[in-house]
Design a protein around this ligand. Structure first.
Ligand SMILES: C[S@@+](CC[C@H](N)C(=O)[O-])C[C@H]1O[C@@H](n2cnc3c(N)ncnc32)[C@H](O)[C@@H]1O
Length: 244
């Protein structure tokens, strides 16, 4: 089953914000590419578009598949140009960008090889960078103890880092590099519970019947018992990029 972002667009921003430990890397790569024209793939409601523009003002196109998400993005982030479309068939002329990036998008695309080929085509030179979740982090994610299907669902969706590297190389990118970044510790408390109740990760919509409700009850009981559940919650992500 695929997650429906047209249905999620209304509630998406209530529990998802822009920015994160990966932004510094995206900024460095844009600087290194001397990027004037930037393309963001799967830009969602524009949260990371705005976060990126705040630190790297440029001419930025946000491409997004879901009509409802792109509508929200266009209403919020006026500094970007918004286009509805697919990362696998980019509606842009060849050699028109200097930097392409995507945050947590590739796991929604079964075949990522056409995406990399399209990135290579629309880049005149520069860099394509993809922020994703590595499988070992998915395995260690604190939500596994509450939602037994969590890791299996996400490992079936998130591409292994090596596959993303391979797709970049096959598309003609060089200097292909993967960098892991670990965020600040976050408390597993009532605020986190609210985000889970708001299904802030698409994973929660893909759980088998009943598992979401049982997991929320278990997490709620732990928070009532401890206040802050004594587990290490830190967001880990990997940015994979290639230069051309
Ligand atoms: C997890 S959200 C991330 C949104 C945004 N990058 C962010 O960090 O807030 C994934 C987004 O990718 C979009 N998406 C999924 N498949 C896509 C495709 N083939 N081409 C372009 N966008 C796609 C979805 O509609 C959704 O908005």
């Amino acid at each position: 089953m695929e997650f429906d972002y047209n249905k999620a667009a209304e509630r998406y921003d209530a529990y998802r914000k822009g920015g994160g430990p990966f932004l510094k890397t995206l900024h460095e790569l844009a600087c290194r590419s001397n990027a004037a024209h930037v393309l963001e793939l799967g830009a969602g409601t524009g949260n990371n578009t705005q976060a990126f523009l705040d630190i790297y003002p440029c001419k930025l196109y946000g491409l997004e598949l879901s009509r409802a998400m792109v509508k929200r993005a266009a209403g919020k982030v006026h500094a970007a140009h918004w286009v509805q479309g697919r990362a696998e068939h980019l509606p842009f002329r060849s050699a028109s960008f200097d930097f392409v990036f995507a945050v947590l998008v590739l796991h929604h695309i079964l075949d990522i090889f056409p995406v990399m080929q399209e990135c290579r085509r629309v880049l005149r030179r520069g860099c394509a960078a993809f922020v994703t979740s590595p499988h070992d982090f998915i395995d260690r994610h604190p939500m596994n103890r509450y939602f037994p299907s969590f890791a299996a669902i996400d490992k079936a969706r998130f591409h292994p880092i090596e596959k993303i590297e391979e797709a970049l190389k096959q598309a003609g990118f060089t200097e292909v590099i993967a960098e892991r970044i670990i965020g600040e510790p976050q408390p597993l408390d009532h605020r986190y519970l609210e985000k889970v109740k708001g299904r802030f990760l698409s994973t929660f919509d893909l759980l088998p019947p009943g598992e979401l409700e049982r997991g929320i009850a278990h997490l709620q009981a732990d928070i009532e018992k401890y206040g802050v559940v004594p587990v290490d919650v830190r967001w880990e992500c990997v940015t994979v990029w290639g230069m051309c």
